[in-house]
Design a protein around this ligand. Structure first.
Ligand SMILES: Cc1cc2nc3c(=O)[nH]c(=O)nc-3n(C[C@H](O)[C@H](O)[C@H](O)COP(=O)(O)OP(=O)(O)OC[C@H]3O[C@@H](n4cnc5c(N)ncnc54)[C@H](O)[C@@H]3O)c2cc1C
Length: 374
């Protein structure tokens, strides 16, 4: 008889939610993580009384009531609503593109005036193409929203993200650029959104309550060859190519990097997320972490603030693998690895790294809630 029903590699939302469900079902789990802390990418570090999203800003959003009720049964969520701003050379614009943005851009007040302005600029861009299809991202964006929005809010921001001129980027990167003809700065269209009250670590602690766990343990260093001696089954949420010793080749990733500072003021930018859409700043955005969880007077009750500048960075070995690269080579390589994974006995491959797919948090939890026979 093995000591554990499941050895779970990775304490991110997939591993932690799995452990929660399995424990509820009477199974014994052991969770390991190679990082020194639990939580995967939603881990927050407490700095000056503020939960700092160490692996990038995380905002929970979903329209799935089952997922929302599940996470709220572990920890209550606050009323944070993502409403980012764009700063273009000191001028501020609301995002996503909506009536507030159009008022700030052109002084138009009614939806009809805004639509007329956008249509004028779109017609100009389409005429410039002389009947041909947009050949690059710049032409594509111009035909979708016109020159003013493109120039101030898209062009340089996109160039910082991709490290290339918009004329050199393929048109398909931008398929749609939704514009909202209402005064609504809420970034997400989902029914529910928020941040766990007390931070994401509370969510992870709640999911892992009563579960044995060990951090700073790399599966490949310690359990690769002997996990079957301690557990009946393996739940693996690490990188899929690493599991198979990169035998078909290495998958590529995109990453971002952060420079985090403590500022000696209670309120640095008045909003959690401000995008910097010109080349004047090398970073793409600044996150002010306290605004995810502190509202009204509590912002000032905490005398300092923590900000993170976010930089688009080329991925190199040893960096955090954040986003899969969806080009032909990587998509087909990932598919080959998934075929190997599908026939691996007693191993469940779950989460973003093991599936080599980008998932928001809610779909990750939904996947775990949908699993049968845990
Ligand atoms: C920059 C960024 C911002 C994001 N923002 C949002 C957002 O605002 N809203 C949203 O809904 N989603 C967001 N996401 C997505 C969210 O991070 C994922 O949905 C979520 O982290 C997936 O959980 P996971 O358990 O699959 O992976 P992870 O959280 O990455 O957990 C995997 C864990 O496995 C561990 N591990 C890997 N290999 C080994 C090994 N060999 N041995 C031991 N442990 C190992 C890792 O250390 C890690 O802790 C964002 C993602 C990124 C990259």
């Amino acid at each position: 008889m093995n000591k554990y029903d499941y050895l779970i590699v990775g304490s991110g939302l997939f591993g932690a939610s799995f452990a929660y469900r399995a424990t509820k079902a009477g199974k014994k789990c052991f969770v390991i993580d190679k990082r020194p802390q639990l939580g995967g990418n939603v881990y927050c570090e407490n700095v000056e009384g503020i939960n700092v999203h160490k692996y990038g800003a995380h905002i929970f959003h979903t329209s799935n009531k089952r997922v929302w009720d599940f996470v709220n049964s572990i920890v209550e969520f606050n009323r944070y609503t993502n409403s980012p701003l764009a700063n273009y050379k000191g001028q501020l614009y609301n995002l996503p593109f909506n009536m507030n943005t159009f008022y700030q851009m052109w002084g138009v007040v009614t939806p009809e005036q805004a639509q007329t302005k956008i249509d004028e600029q779109k017609v100009e861009a389409i005429a410039a193409l002389n009947g041909r299809e947009p050949a690059n991202l710049e032409e594509q964006a111009l035909t979708l929203v016109g020159k003013d929005i493109f120039r101030k809010l898209i062009k340089e921001y996109t160039e910082k993200q991709w490290g290339r001129d918009c004329k050199e980027l393929p048109a398909f990167i931008i398929k749609r650029l939704p514009v909202r003809m209402v005064y609504d700065n809420n970034y997400f269209n989902d029914k529910y959104q928020g941040i766990p009250i007390g931070g994401y670590n509370k969510l992870i602690e709640g999911l892992l309550a009563g579960v044995e766990r060990k951090t700073s343990v790399d599966f490949f260093a310690e359990y690769r060859n002997n996990w079957k001696k301690i557990a009946d089954k393996l739940v693996y949420t690490g990188a899929i190519d690493e599991y198979f010793d990169y035998r078909l080749g290495k998958l590529d990733w995109r990453t971002v990097s952060f420079k985090t500072y403590v500022e000696n003021v209670p309120n640095f930018q008045g909003n959690a997320v401000v995008n910097y859409t010109s080349h004047d700043q090398p970073y793409t955005r600044i996150i002010e972490h306290k605004h995810f969880e502190m509202f009204g007077q509590s912002v000032y009750d905490c005398p300092k603030t923590v900000i993170s500048e976010e930089y688009s960075t080329e991925y190199k070995n040893g960096m955090e693998p954040y986003y899969p690269v969806n080009d032909d080579r990587n998509n087909s390589l990932a598919e080959e690895y998934r075929k190997l994974a599908a026939v691996e006995k007693d191993v469940l491959f779950g989460g973003r790294l093991a599936q080599y797919r980008y998932f928001d948090m809610a779909p990750i939890i939904e996947q775990v809630l949908n699993l049968r026979n845990i």
